[in-house]
Design a protein around this ligand. Sequence first.
Ligand code: ZN
Length: 243
Amino acid sequence: MKRRYAAFFALAALMLTRSLLPPPGAAVAAAGETRLPASQTKYVALTFDDGPRADTTPRLLDGLRQRGASATFFLVGEQIDANADVVKRMKEEGHQVGNHTWSHIRIKGASNALVEAEVSKTDAEIRKVLGDGVYWVRPPYGLIDESQEKLFTVPLVRWSVDPEDWKLRNADADVKAVLSHVRPGDIILMHDSVPASVDAALRIVDTLEAQGYEFVTVQELLELYGVTPQPGVAYRSARLQQG
Ligand SMILES: [Zn+2]
């Protein structure tokens, strides 16, 4: 492991440790135990990959703001600089921002050196726009070896509901696929790079909010379920804890 790589992960580890200290009096679930949120609210996390995109992401942000919904965005590093204003909006409007590698590589089977370059370059780019923070990672395609997961000192995010919106590119089909599968605690995968997905996501928010759901970030979702996010662990839903 190159020194630069080690430094990035050491720094991330330090920041993660700080940010993960439970607030005073917070109940922490024992290992292997999932605590259900105390309220009757049904929480769910919408996540968007492959942005930011100037032609689609701002419209999604407008719609989420109108609906009081938070989401999580996993950004492709090479698209950040040209869309820095959009990335700033994400943070300002209460969304979680994460890392989706620099050029959307398949991490599974890639060398540590390539993964290092792709992840640390994107992390630096996000910091340039948003400042210090802990920027979680979603591996493109969800493909990563278990041995590679352990190299990360930030949490990794998978999903439990996948409407295959990038393939369907049809809002009606996306809405149907999500609504027929979603349950409280789910992490929903969508793509803000696809216009139909933006339409679908806002319809999904409208429908589920009317059913008593609240849209929170992935970090908030896990914490609401009493899960303390761990570095190098991939989370698929708040119910399953990891997977
Ligand atoms: Zn992707």
